[in-house]
Design a protein around this ligand. Structure first.
Ligand code: ADP
Ligand code: MG
Length: 159
């Protein structure tokens, strides 16, 4: 576990870009954070770096959006999901059985026990001013260890 502090939306976007550039075949990210933390902004920057042309918005009402860029991106928002069984119903496990795709999951909070084996866990928390965010990064499983290690050693974005 390590943390990255950002002091502006632009710096959080830089992190999204950085992660996008580290993707080899596939990647799953669980994005935790309160309303307005920056989950969608992060997703937008990652999608932009993967050359998605469409406008990326929060999929709160439709549970999942699909974007096409250098990779296919599945963007989930589990906020409105009521029970873990619903994950199966929305095809979550098929979409997260990734080969050449990227999956971003907002609001994984109540469903951590049902998340895939391997993913990067990003938790975005507010800092002591309006523009500051503390982003805690954790590795689940071993599959994305390279990306995790690269990020860990890339230094702080706000430097
Ligand atoms: P969420 O999807 O987590 O609800 P959004 O990404 O929609 O949040 O919104 C985050 C808001 O916080 C944006 O208006 C963004 O400009 C603002 N913001 C301010 N500072 C930061 C920062 N350091 N990182 C990310 N967003 C920031
Ligand atoms: Mg959002």
């Amino acid at each position: 576990m390590f943390t990255i502090t950002t002091n502006s939306p632009e710096q959080t976007s830089l992190l999204g870009e950085k992660i996008a550039n580290l993707i080899q075949d596939n990647l799953i990210i669980c994005l935790e954070g309160d309303l307005g933390a920056g989950k969608t902004l992060f997703t937008q920057s990652l999608c932009k770096a993967l050359k998605v042309k469409e406008i990326v918005t929060s999929p709160t009402f439709n549970l999942m959006n699909v974007y096409e860029g250098k990779k296919r991106i599945y963007h989930f928002d589990l906020y409105r999901l009521e029970q873990p069984e619903d994950l199966e119903e929305i095809g979550f496990y098929e979409y997260t059985d990734v080969e050449d795709e990227v999956v971003l999951i907002e609001w994984p909070d109540r469903f951590f026990a049902y998340m895939p084996e391997d993913y990067l866990h990003l938790k975005i928390e507010r800092g002591d001013n309006e523009q500051k965010r503390i982003i805690t990064i954790n590795l689940e499983g071993q599959k994305y260890k390279n990306i995790y290690e690269e990020l860990k050693h890339c230094g702080n974005i706000s430097d």
